[in-house]
Write a protein that binds this ligand. Structure first.
Ligand code: ADP
Ligand code: MG
Length: 471
């Protein structure tokens, strides 16, 4: 078996155990570089993959590999940024492991018109597949899956409630998309309560309430988002009650979302509340830290941007009230990244959070200290920053390792020490494990040369300089 097929086989085994976003995030652009008597050398496209692989994946990969080939006994890693470019050995995960589920739905399916009924378009980007589950939302996710599979049978109505930005709309739309996929003839309507209210007002104006009744009569799955807005709208509530009953009695599925449980809704009709309570009521809460981090990583992967793990961890840690807010912070960071060619840092994100959330953002580790003045940055401080940034050890830098994951960071330190700190080649060599000054000179010119074409290197260097207050 050639190396690439072997690697694909191993990832296939892993894919049975690991959630798909993990496979997408941590195996894209990876490669099997060598199989040396059972020692596999796995190529990683970016330095920050290394830390995650070593702490979370290496054991699992070894187990999976041994299922494919029992002679495999060890996994080594090699960071090779050239895997990012069209490298023939690198795996394109979404191509090799296409997901039946995340395939985009043709729009015609979503806005079919039966007897003049037009549903609000479901957003095909919201799928059950790309919703990341955690104990706080797993039940809601599973119920949506069930309802999409067996509409009108098990959980009817399905009532999902929780605070803003926690994924209710995502789940509701995903259930609609999934239902259409399971049964392309199903007539699915997603509407917001606001939209429904407007329709009622329109119908009242034109004195044609029959219109609404006709309109919704043929629906197989009615999804209505943010039902709390129906409060104090007497006529809308009445109309909704009517629609609800018609569909419910015909065995059609209803999915409803709200920011609070049914009994806290300020409805006029107790009957509607008890209708809601007769089905399945599930709350969604804010996912835990690990899930928030997984969500961020998945979004980065999708946007094809690479943000340092430290920075994502910092965001996931501090933005703990809403996924929408978390996405907002990430999007701002991505915006900055494209605009300034500078990778976001813990420091820049902390500043951003201080602006948007009035709360105190506690510094985490050295990277959030006040920027040092140019003169005060020492090479030791530089080594700390760079090893932190690439999640490697100081011994990798000052030691004799020639592994790529320490080679480039070491060269970057030499370059910065020489061009920014104005240190002599001899002195730099002394600090970095007594290296010869010609080695240092060679490294500095290597980085200079690379900077002309390697945009990732430029971003990394910019980020480190920013962190060190060297700008
Ligand atoms: P709500 O309707 O509860 O206010 P949304 O469904 O609009 O929240 O979610 C806000 C954003 O967060 C959306 O972009 C959604 O895709 C994303 N999101 C929320 N929860 C998750 C999750 N568990 N996995 C992936 N994305 C999520
Ligand atoms: Mg919503």
């Amino acid at each position: 078996m050639d190396l690439k097929s072997l690697w694909i086989n191993i990832i296939e085994v892993l894919a049975k155990e690991l959630p798909r976003p993990q496979i997408l995030t941590w195996f894209n652009k990876t490669a099997l570089l060598k199989n040396d008597n059972g020692t596999l050398e796995v190529g990683l496209p970016l330095p920050y993959f290394l830390n995650w692989h070593q702490t979370h994946l290496v054991k699992k990969i070894l187990e999976a590999a041994r299922q494919v080939d029992t002679s495999i006994n060890k996994i080594n890693y090699q960071v090779d940024v050239s895997l990012n470019e069209d490298h023939s050995a690198a795996i394109d995960v979404s191509k090799h492991f296409p997901s039946g589920k995340s395939r985009k739905l043709p729009k015609q399916n979503l806005t079919r018109s039966k007897e003049g009924v037009v549903s609000k378009i479901l957003n095909p980007d919201y799928t059950l597949d790309n919703f990341i589950t955690s104990p706080e939302n797993r039940l809601a996710h599973a119920a949506c899956q069930n309802v999409a599979m067996f509409p009108g049978q098990n959980y009817n109505p399905l009532f999902i409630y929780g605070g803003v930005g926690l994924g209710k709309t995502h789940l509701l739309q995903a259930a609609g998309n999934e239902a259409i996929k399971n049964n392309p003839d199903a007539f699915v309507v997603y509407t917001t309560t606001e939209n429904f209210t407007n329709e009622v007002i329109q119908a009242m104006r034109s004195k044609n309430m029959e219109y609404i009744r006709k309109k919704y009569r043929r629906v197989d799955l009615l999804i209505i988002d943010d039902i709390q807005f129906i409060a104090n709208k007497e006529k809308t509530e009445e109309e909704f009650f009517h629609t609800f009953n018609t569909l419910y009695e015909a065995g059609k599925q209803l999915i409803i979302s709200s920011d609070r449980p049914p009994h806290e809704l300020k409805l006029l009709s107790e009957r509607l509340i008890s209708r809601f309570e007769s089905g399945m009521i599930i709350d969604v809460r804010m996912p835990d830290y690990e899930t928030r981090l997984a969500i961020l990583m998945e979004k980065c992967r999708k946007a094809q941007v690479f943000i340092n793990q430290d920075v994502l961890e910092f965001m996931a840690f501090h933005v703990n009230h809403s996924i929408r807010a978390l996405e907002g912070v990430l999007n701002r960071a991505i915006g900055d990244y494209h605009l300034t060619m500078t990778a976001p840092t813990v420091q820049s994100v902390a500043a951003m959070l201080r602006q948007t959330q009035k709360k105190e953002i506690k510094p985490l580790g050295i990277v959030d200290q006040a920027p040092q003045r140019k003169g005060s940055v020492s090479i030791d401080h530089l080594i700390d920053l760079v090893t932190d940034y690439f999640a490697i050890q100081r011994s990798d830098i000052v030691g004799s390792s020639r592994a790529r994951e320490s080679l480039i960071p070491r060269q970057m330190i030499m370059y910065l020490a020489n061009t920014k700190l104005r240190m002599s080649l001899v002195k730099i060599g002394k600090h970095l494990g007594n290296r010869n000054h010609t080695t240092v000179m060679h490294s500095v010119s290597k980085i200079k040369e690379k900077l002309k074409t390697d945009r990732q290197l430029l971003r990394d260097l910019n980020a480190i300089q920013k962190e060190a207050g060297m700008h």
